[in-house]
Design a protein around this ligand. Structure first.
Ligand SMILES: Nc1ncnc2c1ncn2[C@@H]1O[C@H](COP(=O)(O)OP(=O)(O)O)[C@@H](O)[C@H]1O
Ligand SMILES: [Mg+2]
Length: 237
């Protein structure tokens, strides 16, 4: 069974048609980047998949094991990093300090466990947000431009960390971004959406080997990014 199966999904807000007949199937364990111009309906699509919004059409998603990461870290300022990460487990009534420690180690935040959000850099706050998403061991991770506000070096590092987590945890990731190089580095499959009303314009595997930081300098990387760019340009004509 696919992790996500959408058929003919449509969503409008008054006269604004955000999504118009989107078909999308995502296999378990895949890493999919969703790319499209601002305002095209990417967040709406992710919210529908998460069950945070309702569209028309068929939506089949196993929501028993899902986590969502937003562009803002949304940490509670009065809680330490560890207590923020612990929150989803507390809300489920299954506190587990071991799971918190593992999630913090996964994002290299062990040493910052007792700090407060105001004492963290933007990249660290985002890592805390990812740890909070991972602490329940979700199978499906939905990420909506999580690193868009970070500088490029920090973003590249987080992209590398996320790729490693995806590989080691066997996650299915759906990652929204409008950054072409980021999508190329991260994903196994790139989906380009048109401007509103969003349709899928391009959907292809990214043919790259191991994603070390050096891969960004390889000709194959530029080639893959170029295909995504061409599709985006077609979609904004
Ligand atoms: N709750 C809402 N009410 C009204 N319009 C909305 C709402 N959410 C999204 N939209 C509109 O739907 C379109 C797609 O929005 P969104 O999914 O946020 O785009 P993206 O994430 O690709 O930038 C935009 O025109 C946006 O203004
Ligand atoms: Mg958005």
């Amino acid at each position: 069974m696919p992790a996500v199966a959408l058929q003919g999904v449509r969503r409008s807000f008054g006269d604004v048609v955000a999504l118009d007949g989107v078909d999308l199937s995502v296999e378990q364990g895949d890493f999919v980047a969703l790319i499209g111009p601002s305002g095209c309906g990417k967040s709406t699509l992710l919210r529908i998949i998460a069950g945070l919004d309702a569209g028309e059409g068929q939506v089949a998603v196993d929501r028993s094991s899902i986590a969502y990461v937003f562009q803002d870290a949304h940490l509670l300022p009065w809680r330490t990093v560890a207590d923020n990460v612990a929150l989803p487990l507390e809300l489920r009534g299954v506190p587990d300090r071991g799971a918190v420690a593992r999630a913090l180690a996964d994002v290299e935040l062990t040493d910052a466990a007792d700090r407060y959000p105001a004492q963290l850099s933007g990249g660290m706050r985002m890592r805390a947000s990812i740890a909070r998403a991972l602490v329940t061991e979700p199978r499906l991770l939905l990420m909506d431009e999580p690193f868009a506000a970070l500088d490029e070096i920090t973003r590249n590092r987080l992209d590398e960390r996320l790729r490693a987590l995806w590989a080691s945890r066997g996650l299915t990731v759906l990652f929204v971004t409008h950054a072409i190089f980021e999508a190329t580095f991260l994903a196994e499959r790139a989906i380009v959406m048109s401007k509103r009303p969003a349709r899928i314009l391009y959907d292809a595997r990214i043919e790259l080997g191991e994603r070390t930081s050096a891969v960004r300098g390889e000709p194959a990387f530029a080639h893959e990014a170029g295909k995504i760019l061409a599709a985006l340009e077609r979609g904004s004509e």
